[in-house]
Design a protein around this ligand. Structure first.
Ligand SMILES: Cc1cc2nc3c(=O)[nH]c(=O)nc-3n(C[C@H](O)[C@H](O)[C@H](O)COP(=O)(O)OP(=O)(O)OC[C@H]3O[C@@H](n4cnc5c(N)ncnc54)[C@H](O)[C@@H]3O)c2cc1C
Length: 347
């Protein structure tokens, strides 16, 4: 019989579990139900036992055994302490299946922890199902081939992609957390703070409902024969501020900055690029603006629920079956109007 451990960690605020952690809890609860297996939830990263106890209330309704590794040494992500903490949680739970969110914090240590336990790891898991065994699904070749993986090796670590499960939302309750002692390893790394890779506002928001994509058209000559890059930047940033959307980019737009040939949108980097050589984010909705919708770009939209596009070109790729709704219109005008409406609503 399987014993399932869900590894979770604290969010940046230091007092609650991350949304991706709660998604992993949902996956663990479902899998445990299918296998009538014992479920344990491990909490990592809380500065004190009290903080871990209070955060654990959010998952108390699962009825799972709750384990925590806490203390100042674990309050900051760091390989040595995170790996030691996760290892201690896995050993205490005696888990055969370990589920964890594919967050930067756990991606960094999970393979090392699996190795310490003589286990095996698979990453980018999008769904789990069971027959007699546990089957894990993931995509290969830029999301073009979907595979179902099962393994005999145990413990089997599975890192789940964010956005693939609903965040656990059981009634909050009083939690009884067992504290797991860890022999602290020698540490060479002191965490001094966080530095964002973005200049200015953080524009990549994986948890946003909407993906807003900017294409190269924003920097092209407009019907008046002029380019309006600073106006484009203001419109895009205002929309992100008002809507809370995440910002994506086409390759053509992101490349312009890299080549430094003309003044382009300074808040965009290749981190924003969506597509075959970019990312494939998950959002409920997507709005493409000033982008042609070519296949190498649109392949990055695979996991966007509802797709809309604004393009001047009535023959663009979006109109050829790649979007649910296409507005053949000037994005400068449309977004100025949308921003005004959002501004009025928020006033
Ligand atoms: C191997 C390979 C990998 C690639 N990987 C990627 C990738 O990962 N991601 C990616 O994006 N691309 C990728 N590409 C490039 C891709 O093929 C396209 O060249 C790119 O997506 C085009 O970007 P764009 O649509 O923003 O620019 P353009 O093709 O220049 O289109 C700009 C659009 O803006 C419209 N427009 C202009 N002004 C306005 C306005 N005022 N209002 C509304 N619309 C307006 C124009 O009508 C036009 O349709 C790849 C290509 C190759 C060969």
């Amino acid at each position: 019989m399987e014993t399932i451990l869900v590894l979770t960690h604290v969010d940046e605020g230091g007092s609650a579990l991350t949304k991706a952690s709660l998604e992993a809890v949902t996956a663990g609860v479902e899998l445990a139900k299918q296998h009538t297996a014992k479920l344990t939830i491990g909490l990592l990263g809380f500065a004190s036992v009290e903080a871990a106890n209070s955060a654990a209330g959010a998952v108390a309704a699962t009825g799972a055994r709750l384990l925590a590794v806490s203390g100042e040494a674990f309050a900051q992500p760091r390989y040595a302490t995170d790996a030691a903490g996760c290892e201690a949680l896995c050993r205490a739970a005696q888990a055969s299946i370990v589920l964890a969110p594919g967050s930067s914090r756990f991606v960094r240590v999970a393979a090392g922890v699996a190795h310490r336990l003589g286990g095996f790891i698979d990453t980018h898991i999008t769904s789990l199902s069971s027959n007699d065994s546990v089957d894990a699904t993931r995509w290969f070749y830029r999301q073009r081939v979907e595979a179902v993986v099962s393994r005999d090796a145990r413990p089997w670590f599975l890192l789940l992609d964010a956005g693939t499960h609903a965040a656990y939302a059981g009634a909050a309750g009083a939690a009884s957390v067992e504290t797991i002692a860890v022999d602290l390893p020698a540490t060479r790394t002191t965490v001094e703070g966080l530095r964002s890779p973005m200049r200015g506002a953080q524009t990549i928001r994986p948890d946003a409902r909407l993906l807003f994509v900017a294409g190269a058209g924003w920097t092209k000559k407009q019907p008046d024969g002029q380019i309006h890059v600073s106006e484009a930047g203001e419109l895009i940033l205002a929309f992100l501020r008002l809507s809370g959307a995440s910002l994506g980019s086409s390759k053509s737009l992101a490349d312009q900055k890299a080549e430094g040939e003309q003044s382009v949108l300074p808040f965009l980097t290749h981190m924003n690029q969506i597509g075959q050589t970019g990312s494939t984010p998950r959002h409920a909705k997507g709005l493409s603006t000033c982008c042609h919708g070519e296949e190498p770009h649109v392949v990055g939209w695979r996991f966007i629920g509802e797709r809309r596009a604004i393009s001047l070109d009535a023959n663009c790729g979006w109109t050829r079956g790649k979007a649910d709704v296409v507005y053949v219109a000037d994005a400068f005008q449309v977004m100025a109007r949308v921003n005004a409406l959002l501004e009025a609503r928020s006033a």
